[in-house]
Design a protein around this ligand. Structure first.
Ligand code: FA5
Ligand code: MG
Length: 450
């Protein structure tokens, strides 16, 4: 793979992409297969389902109240991604097993919240939407991919400019102007909880409750919009289509930069699917951004999750496909949402699974005793599989793990499901890929195959 194919170059001491160069250090952990995707920008590609989903959600948050930002660069500082949001230094999200580092102070953003503080500081509108690609070292299955897309939304009110300084009244007046809906939403918890979901000391209860109500009504509107469009698309394909009643619920959540916080879940294909996280913005963010008189809410929504509901796209890998049998199904939808049709799966090719079992390296030999087990993180396995097999890896799951009673060594077994989205994979090909995965596990992690 030549460097220009990735539109990036990597020498031993610098990483360069789209004309920007960054010094590398011992934190650098970006594999080339990720770099390859950085410049795709699916969320602004006309007629791509991620871009269509973005536009449909934007239609619920009209300009000029909301300003749209779709071009923020994916490489940010650890300050933007973590510190500015109040992530503690020992937060697991900061670890190299979860995050792609360019160097110790520069990362591929793990969420669109990385741009919250800077956009608050701009103070250019009452609200904003930021859509972008985000990157996480993560599991391999049909709803997880190391790159996905989020949309960040926020809405602010200014204590100095609302009539009589009455934020609650101003927010309720704005709620009256939001479109109404008759979807039933399960919301069993009170808006705040003293320990788990506290009111901020800077907020009066009626202010936080009004902001929460505006936030929830706005986001419920997104779900209604998506499901109304999905139903219309299904009916166009099959006039006899009968949908199941939609089930949606709010649950308490925790984020370092909002309080109270919630997640919205939708019941889909027999399970609750989390589609977004949100909450009342911590006042410290506004203060640090130089706009201490603002109050408001923020949310972060997963665009792939919404697109999968909207088009019934069964596998997250499909979004990266360049196969016209996939892409042509969305032609003309960007210009007219009424052209939206349910996705018709390109015939599914057979899957082929292979197991790999190994002993974890015990560091006792190296350390001269103690029998301490090597540091093991599942995401390292995921990355090796992605590196070797690419999109042919559909799913990777641990199927067994035990510790030998005498030696204290740990054995693990993983099952890897190989399936191409584009053709039938022969058993020989799967074997060949699997052999290379096994080899890399030994080479990179020092495991002993069983
Ligand atoms: C966040 O990323 C927060 N920044 C969201 C937020 C913003 C909270 C503003 C409060 C205020 P979380 O990690 O839960 O939270 O991700 C948000 C959404 O992104 C999830 O609900 C899901 O829809 C989507 N998402 C998360 N991980 C993945 C993944 N690996 N693949 C696809 N979608 C994902
Ligand atoms: Mg979450």
């Amino acid at each position: 793979c030549s460097p220009c194919r990735y539109n990036s170059t990597t020498s031993t001491d610098t990483f360069t992409i789209e004309g920007k160069s960054y010094p590398k250090d011992s934190w650098h952990n970006l594999p080339p297969n990720i770099t390859f995707y950085i410049s795709r920008r699916l969320h602004t590609t006309k007629d791509h389902p991620i871009s269509i989903t973005r536009s449909i959600i934007e239609s619920r948050f009209p300009s000029p109240t909301y300003k749209y930002h779709n071009k923020f660069f994916p490489i940010v500082t650890t300050h933007q991604n973590f510190d500015s949001l109040g992530f503690p230094l020992d937060h697991p999200g900061r670890s190299k097993t979860d995050t792609y580092y360019i160097n110790s102070s520069t990362v591929l953003r793990t969420h669109t919240s990385a741009h919250q503080a800077d956009t608050f500081r701009l103070n250019a509108s009452e609200g904003f939407l930021i859509s972008a690609d985000v990157y996480r070292r993560d599991a391999i299955d049909r709803s997880h991919y190391p790159i996905f897309h989020q949309m960040e939304g926020a809405r602010m009110w200014d204590r100095r400019t609302v009539p009589n300084g009455d934020i609650a009244a101003a927010v309720w007046a704005d709620i009256e102007r939001l479109p109404k809906h008759d979807m039933k939403v399960e919301d069993p918890n009170p808006p705040t909880h003293a320990e788990r979901n506290p009111l901020q000391k800077e907020h009066r209860r009626e202010e936080a409750e009004a902001i929460a109500a505006h936030l929830k009504r706005s986001l419920e509107g997104v779900v209604v919009e998506i499901f109304t469009r999905a139903k219309r698309a299904a009916l166009a394909a099959d006039p006899g289509f009968r949908d199941e009643p939609l089930r949606v619920r709010w649950i308490e959540a925790y984020f370092p930069f909002t309080s109270p916080s919630w997640e919205l879940e939708v019941f889909w294909q027999g399970d609750w699917l989390e589609v977004l996280g949100c909450g009342v913005v911590k006042q410290s963010l506004f203060t640090n951004a130089g706009v201490p008189d603002q109050l408001g809410w923020a949310f972060g929504i997963g665009l792939e999750r919404i697109a999968m509901l909207l088009f019934e796209i069964p596998d997250i890998r499909l979004f990266w496909s360049k196969d016209p049998r996939f892409l042509d199904q969305f032609k003309g939808v960007s210009d007219n949402f009424n052209n939206l049709r349910k996705f018709v799966p390109v015939s599914k090719y057979p899957a082929c699974y292979k197991d790999v079992a190994f002993w974890l390296k015990s560091s006792s030999s190296a350390a001269g005793g103690g029998g301490k087990e090597m540091e093991f993180h599942e995401n390292d396995i995921m990355e090796i599989v992605r590196d070797v097999a690419g999109d042919v890896a559909e799913d990777v799951r641990m199927t067994d793990s035990f510790t030998h009673p005498k030696t204290g060594r740990r054995s693990m077994c993983y099952r890897i499901n190989y399936r191409s989205l584009e053709r039938t994979l022969t058993n020989e090909e799967a074997n060949e890929v699997h052999e290379r995965v096994r080899g890399k596990l030994v080479e990179k992690l020092g495991v002993e195959l069983r």
